[in-house]
Design a protein around this ligand. Structure first.
Ligand SMILES: [Mg+2]
Length: 451
């Protein structure tokens, strides 16, 4: 009987801050990082990969949280965890001592998400299917049992979840064919980082349209005059028919969010994202009421499904931006997708960072094929950074994510990338430290934009 024999963890950091890639009003210098784990087994060729995304300092804390889960993982039988990945989710979230560190929020919950996603990666590899297909072809009753509906029964009873999943399966074959043919819509944030010059913004915005994207996103919230100038440049570059979303990354208090968004209204922003604290559900609702018809989007920092429930109950958002790696993995995100489907709220998942596009495309594609059944007003965020470090990177054509065909959750990083960017002793960081000690110029890795 095959089992998990070891849990390997890695602190992986990429020096993205040196090019201001990923810079926004709250995070001006992110080094995109992954607290990465591998589930090793005694079955030849079977393993599971998962990670939590962080932005640099503190990634070692995230790795320590992964290590704390090891006793709950090692020794589990592969047949058991593949038949019911929810057993791992429930064991990790219910650990009677670890749960005090949350419960179900922050570093410990992100670690649970990484481990649970690694289990799903393993299960999908073992089934020989990409995760989106494994989910889309699973029986509705089984999926409803995998979804963590605890604390949601008041708005989403289990029978309703099964009903939504059964309804979602109608015509699934037709949507699978459409997905394989055209992919899933994407929008791009690559032009809009706060640290980019107007010239670079304009060039990348034009290229996004030429590449087939129908929506771009700009970071805002540091300086109003700058935002007005940058939005004017972006609108001039893309014309009136392309959606421009704006993202304040939690920068404002509620009144400021309303005033600032109204000041940018002449450029017809499609949504304002994370206008204020991600925990301020009623604040989001107040902003939404005040800035319509500009939509309000949030969810990438929603720490668990209960926050999502309340965002929807309070009418606080128009667009839900779930994240594959912040909550407790696939089991909790199934619940989040069910909540959104029940309310008819479009899900436009958060991605970018490192590996988030690779993961979340599977959830969006499952939702399209076998739950909401729609791509209307839905798109997965896309950022063209760091995909080369994955063995099964996302493929974008004509502004769409192509459906992954390789078995698994697309979560596996290349061994040579793990070796090079392991912090602090991987080749890149060791050379960087040596260069600085010698007083030389830092080993700056440039992000090469594809022509
Ligand atoms: Mg955002």
């Amino acid at each position: 009987m095959s089992r998990i024999t070891a849990v390997e963890t890695h602190d992986i950091r990429f020096p993205t801050s040196r090019e201001l890639d990923g810079s926004d009003a709250m995070h001006p210098d992110p080094d995109y990082s992954a607290a990465y784990l591998v589930l090793r087994t005694d079955e030849a060729g079977t393993e599971g990969h998962g990670f939590a995304f962080t932005i640099g300092r503190g990634n070692e804390v995230q790795v320590a949280a992964l290590n704390a889960l090891r006793p709950q993982l090692v020794g589990r039988r592969l047949d058991d965890i593949c038949a019911d990945p929810g057993t791992v989710y429930r064991a990790l979230t219910a650990d009677s001592q670890l749960r005090w560190l949350g419960p179900e929020k922050g570093v410990i919950h992100m670690a649970v998400g990484a481990a649970v996603n690694a289990v799903w990666d393993l299960a999908a590899r073992r089934a020989g299917k990409p995760l989106w297909r494994l989910l889309a072809e699973a029986p509705p009753e089984w999926l409803a049992a995998q979804a963590d509906l605890r604390y949601l029964e008041d708005v989403l009873p289990r029978e309703r979840a099964v009903e939504l999943l059964r309804a979602g399966r109608r015509d699934a074959g037709r949507r699978t064919a459409a997905l394989l043919r055209t992919g899933y819509p994407a929008y791009t944030t690559s032009p809009g980082w706060l640290g980019y010059s107007d010239e670079r913004l304009t060039r990348l915005a034009r290229r996004a349209v030429a590449d087939g994207f129908t929506q771009i996103k700009l970071k805002v919230g540091a300086d109003l005059a700058d935002d007005i100038r940058r939005l004017r440049a972006a609108r001039a570059a893309v014309g009136p028919d392309i959606r421009i979303a704006i993202d304040a990354n939690q920068r404002w208090h509620v009144r400021q969010a309303i005033e600032w968004t109204r000041a940018l209204a002449e450029f017809a922003p499609y949504w304002i994202e994370e206008p204020t604290s991600p925990d301020d559900i009623l604040g989001h609702a107040a902003v939404r009421r005040a800035v319509a018809p500009v939509k309000v989007a949030s969810g990438e920092h929603a720490q668990n499904r209960v926050i999502v429930k309340q965002l929807l109950q309070a009418g606080a958002i128009d667009v839900l931006q779930l994240d594959a790696a912040r909550v407790g993995g696939v089991n909790e995100n199934l619940a989040v997708l069910l909540l959104a489907a029940d309310r008819g709220i479009p899900v436009c998942p958060h991605a970018g960072g490192v590996g988030l596009c690779e993961l979340v495309q599977h959830l969006a594609m499952f939702d399209y094929v076998a739950l909401s059944g729609s791509t209307r007003d839905r798109a997965v965020e896309y950022v063209d950074h760091l995909h080369e470090h994955f063995t099964d990177p996302v493929r974008i054509t004509g502004g769409h994510y192509a459906a992954p065909s390789a078995p698994g959750f697309s979560a596996r990083m290349r061994p040579e990338s793990l070796a090079r960017y392991r912090y602090p002793d991987g080749e890149f960081w060791a050379a960087d430290r040596a260069g600085r000690a010698a007083g030389g110029r830092r080993d700056t890795e440039r992000t090469v934009e594809t022509a």
